[in-house]
Design a protein around this ligand. Structure first.
Ligand code: ADP
Ligand code: MG
Length: 293
């Protein structure tokens, strides 16, 4: 049977914008030892914007114009719903002639592959370029980089920026105040951007360049490392996160921008866009259980 006070706890949490799918999760939240967080859409807004279109150079000459580089990338990305892809399509802003597109394929954690006007286009991160054995410019700027290649020729890159949520630093300090021992950020994005975000919000443990499967492996390792009673919480926005949400003791989805799949797979849903509500939920859990810190 469920103690009456749990109904009060679940109700209190829901008033605070936190949907907890059962009293067992409300109870488990009080035992949180490790919090693992996805970067994009969880700690950052996940609303990307194109900042720069940089064609590759051959001597002093650009191998392609900025306009054409943006156009090719917009075509290659036209069937993807990834926030990166949406930002490129928005920047391009023109109608696409889908007849030029023979095929498109999403490459999870890497980018996209498409055949446009009979040419093979790859658009994505450094890992994708390395996999295709295409040498690329190492961009020094902070941000997400989409490198583009056509028939094995490097064409340049597009720099895309995301913003840290106003509430992200409060989230990290709130979790520390609730006594969480380890807070870890996992991301498929590159190291430079991941470390920059972490440094802005007071987070020190970061694993970057991860594929969706690598995230499950990291969570598995962290679960092995914790005390038997302690719980591992994973927080994500659901883009490629469903397997990790399911593996954690408590899977938390950010419901603001999050996907339906994530909300389905999660044990707890934050109904606002504020990750600081995770600490609020832990506080309510402790109060409900009568644990005084
Ligand atoms: P995160 O772990 O930050 O949520 P994802 O797993 O969705 O990120 O993607 C990891 C990385 O893969 C991105 O940072 C980007 O470099 C690359 N990527 C994924 N999808 C695309 C896409 N549609 N276009 C270009 N790059 C992409
Ligand atoms: Mg993601």
């Amino acid at each position: 049977s469920v103690p009456l006070s749990f109904f009060g706890g679940l109700g209190g949490a829901s008033k605070a914008g936190v949907l907890i799918k059962g009293s067992n999760y409300l109870e488990a939240l009080a035992e949180t030892e490790i919090v693992v967080m996805d970067k994009t859409g969880t700690l950052t807004k996940g609303t990307f914007k194109v900042k720069e279109v940089q064609p590759a150079l051959e001597g002093a000459r650009e191998v392609i114009s900025k306009e054409e580089l943006l156009e090719i990338t917009a075509y290659a990305e036209s069937y993807s719903n990834h926030p990166i892809s949406l930002s490129i399509q928005k920047e391009y802003g023109k109608e696409l002639d889908k007849g030029r597109l023979e095929s498109t394929q999403e490459l999870a954690g890497h980018g996209v592959h498409a055949v446009i006007d009979g040419a093979d286009i790859y658009a994505g991160n450094e890992k994708l370029m390395q996999q295709q054995k295409i040498s690329f410019t190492h961009a020094a700027q902070i941000g997400t980089i989409v490198h583009v290649a056509r028939d094995n020729q490097y064409l340049g890159y597009i720099l895309i920026a995301d913003e840290v949520k106003d509430d992200a630093a409060a989230c990290i300090s709130g979790l520390k105040a609730e006594g969480v021992k380890r807070i870890v950020m996992l991301t498929g994005d590159r190291r430079e951007t991941a470390e920059y975000v972490a440094s802005q919000i007071g987070l020190t443990e970061v694993h970057s360049g991860l594929l969706p499967g690598d995230k499950v492996d990291e969570v598995e390792k962290l679960i092995q490392s914790k005390s038997p009673k302690g719980k591992l919480v994973f927080v994500g926005d659901g883009i490629n996160d469903a397997p990790v949400l399911a593996r954690a003791d408590i899977g938390i989805a950010m419901g603001g921008l999050g996907s339906d799949a994530a909300i389905e797979a999660a044990d707890v849903v934050i109904m606002t866009d504020e990750p600081s509500r995770i600490a609020t939920a832990m506080k309510i859990s402790r109060k409900t259980l009568g644990i005084v810190k």
